[in-house]
Design a protein around this ligand. Structure first.
Ligand code: NAP
Ligand code: G4F
Length: 355
């Protein structure tokens, strides 16, 4: 049975990756931050208390990317076969307010993890969560060959993490791969990222709990995909014979305005009646146009996205409507069930975490 260690297990991607790996028979070990309130909402449905006689399927450890000792301790204790480094201060706008912290966690944090791998001599395969933000102002479409032009402290920190991952691959022979993932969303997306902010607001407006939605730049274009499909690539990347960098995206790009039209239109509302612009959501420098050229992913891993823009908006809308007890007009849930029947029903698997 393979052992995986996931940093950022409590995040959107960490939770989906945990489900995927459990369905494949892995033992999953995750690092979480100590917090005064619970921060495990996305993985609570997976957790089983061994004190109740249940077999633990997943084990959590306190740690932080800013703490070298916690990283070394968890690697020594778990002795993982694969490490997925998903932890980060991942919000671009916030990185302008907290540039030093973002550099420390998102940039240096990756170095600390790689250095812990090198020092402990652990024979692991390492996945780094690189990002399309690296491309910044580079002209679309963007592929592995596109030069990086980072436009935020977040992107600059991720560039450092990306290059240092490549350096440990080449310099020390660490099996280290980076997935350069374009934006990917889901009902578990953090509430302050633009898609989820919109779908939550539409549901709240429909429920009479919110009057207006305050937004920033509506003209930027993003290549939005569906997070469960993207975590599958992370796993596939580490099963490949050779470590590499790989771009992952849908090859379809839409403006924030189009996402508004799609989400409000789904419940027969006109976004223009509700959306107001608040300059506090503008960024000092913006990334205008992201569009993936993911041909290498298809060639090397045979990977292609199935969920596209309209389906994604519907899946997210249905989930947020349901959270507020509202009827979903569309077929998002059917889409989810039909297209992802299989690995997400990890409960069917017998996965023991007893050591
Ligand atoms: P997310 O939901 O924001 O999750 C980030 C995770 O990192 C959370 O578990 C968070 O813990 C943890 N974390 C934050 N600071 C930490 C620290 N100092 N030490 C340890 N853990 C820390 O992000 P995501 O959307 O799942 O994305 C996963 C990774 O992919 C991130 O590295 C992100 O930058 C990158 N990425 C995301 C996208 C995307 O579109 N989603 C695209 C490209 C790359 P808490 O729960 O305690 O906050
Ligand atoms: O949803 P966003 O905050 O995502 P952004 O900045 O593209 O970053 C996300 O994707 C990256 C991959 O490319 C990841 F690396 C990163 O960790 C994160 O997951 O903003 C998308 C666009 C931006 O152009 C932003 O200016 O939406 C625009 N926007 C307009 N109004 C807004 C808002 N973004 C947010 N968060 N909130 C607004 O009110």
């Amino acid at each position: 049975m393979k052992k995986a260690l996931i940093t950022g297990i409590s995040g959107q991607d960490g939770s989906y990756l945990t489900e995927l790996l459990l369905s494949k028979g892995y033992q999953v070990h995750g690092m979480i931050r100590r917090s005064s309130t619970f921060n495990t909402g996305r993985i609570d449905h997976i957790y089983r208390d061994p004190h109740n006689g249940d077999k633990a399927r997943m084990r959590l450890y306190y740690g932080d990317l800013t703490s070298t000792d916690s990283l070394q301790n968890v690697i020594s204790e778990v002795e993982p076969d694969e490490i997925y480094n998903l932890a980060a201060q991942s919000h671009v706008r916030v990185s302008f307010d907290m540039p030093e912290y973002t550099g420390d966690v998102t940039g240096l944090g990756t170095l600390r993890l790689l250095e812990a791998i090198r020092r402990t001599g652990a024979k692991v395969r390492f996945y780094q969560a690189s990002t399309s933000e690296l491309f910044g102002s580079a002209s679309p479409p963007q592929s592995e060959a596109t030069p990086f032009e980072p436009q935020s402290p977040y992107a600059a920190a991720k560039a450092y993490a990306h290059w240092v991952t490549q350096n440990y691959r080449e310099g020390y022979g660490v099996f280290a791969s980076s997935g350069i993932l374009f934006n990917h969303e889901s009902p578990r997306r953090g509430e302050t990222f633009v898609t989820r902010k919109i779908t939550r607001a539409v549901a709240a407006i429909l429920a009479g709990k919110q009057e207006h939605l305050y937004m920033g730049n509506l003209d930027s274009k993003r290549d939005w995909g569906y997070a469960p499909e993207y975590v599958e690539v992370m796993w596939r990347l580490l099963q490949h014979d050779e470590p590499m960098d790989l771009v992952i995206g849908t090859g379809e790009s839409h403006t924030v305005r189009e996402f508004l039209e799609e989400a409000f239109g789904y419940v027969n509302l006109d976004y223009q009646d509700y959306v107001r612009i608040d300059p506090q959501y503008f960024r000092p420098t913006e990334v205008d146009f992201l569009l993936a050229d993911a041909r290498k992913a298809k060639d090397v891993l045979g990977w292609e996205p199935r969920i596209r823009f309209k389906d994604l908006a519907r899946i997210m809308m249905d989930a947020d409507l349901e959270l507020l007890g509202l009827e979903a007009p569309g077929d998002g849930k059917c889409l989810l069930a039909e297209r992802f029947d299989g690995w997400h029903r990890w409960e069917d698997q017998i996965v023991s975490m007893d050591k």
